[in-house]
Design a protein around this ligand. Structure first.
Ligand code: PRP
Ligand code: URA
Length: 213
């Protein structure tokens, strides 16, 4: 694990790095891309949930009574930034099947790179829940900043942002806008190009996941 800033964690695990390399390859199929994103989501979820609170409860094993930990508090929320966030969402739900889910519909205007909202639906009581926002790409950070603003407006205060790839420019803008929100990513790439794409990156995450153009 490496940490370029106090609240930014780069999960530099060999399995994550290997799977990410295959995802970056333009020859990788849509089916493989989706499967790998789901697998990497498991590994990022492990990191994003490591501080979840637990309580001790009494259970009885086949041998004896004992005290053992279980998750406490209200169910956490996974907030998926549509569309591409759904690829990470599926993997997160594999590990935390009881999580509640928020959907935040945002797309980037290709000319201005501003985030345009088209949908928002979230569970109740966000103020009492940990919220993990998932979106594979943190490029300009316009989408991530808007998604977190929306969740904060609805009362969320314990928020973590999880992505697959980040641009240094996006990390700087996001952490300036939301210094209280930790960022977990598999890689911080070199830079953004003139069209706002992450370089070397992997292209358009949504298109590669769903086979669109
Ligand atoms: C992609 C990605 C992020 C956003 C990142 O979504 O999934 O949401 O771009 O870019 P930003 O940091 O510059 O805002 P896109 O707008 O392409 O929508 P899609 O997932 O529906 O394809
Ligand atoms: N969104 C993507 O899907 N890819 C990028 O490189 C930048 C934004």
């Amino acid at each position: 694990m490496s940490s370029p800033k106090a609240n930014v964690v780069v999960v530099d695990h060999p399995l994550v790095a290997h799977k990410l390399t295959i995802m970056r390859d333009k020859e990788t199929s849509t089916a493989s891309f989706r499967r790998l994103l789901r697998e990497i989501a498991h590994l990022l979820c492990y990191e994003a949930t490591r501080s979840l609170p637990v309580e001790m409860v009494e259970i009885e094993t086949p041998l004896t009574k004992t005290m053992a930990p279980r998750l406490e508090g209200k169910k956490l929320v996974i907030a998926s930034v549509l569309r591409a966030g759904n690829g990470l969402l599926d993997g997160m739900l594999d590990l935390v099947p009881a999580a509640r889910v928020a959907h935040i519909g945002l797309y980037r205007n290709h000319d201005t790179l501003e985030a345009v909202e088209y949908y928002f639906k979230a569970p109740e009581h966000l103020a009492d829940r940990k919220v993990i926002v998932v979106d594979p790409m943190l490029a300009t950070a316009n989408s991530a900043i808007a998604a977190v603003e929306k969740l904060k407006e609805r009362g969320a205060s314990d928020i973590t942002f999880v992505c697959l790839l980040a641009a240094p420019e996006g990390v700087a803008r996001f952490t300036a806008a939301h210094p209280d929100v930790p960022v977990i990513t598999a890689s911080i790439d070199s830079h953004l190009n003139e069209k706002g794409y992450i370089v070397p990156g992997l292209g358009d995450a949504g298109d590669r996941m769903y086979g669109t153009k």
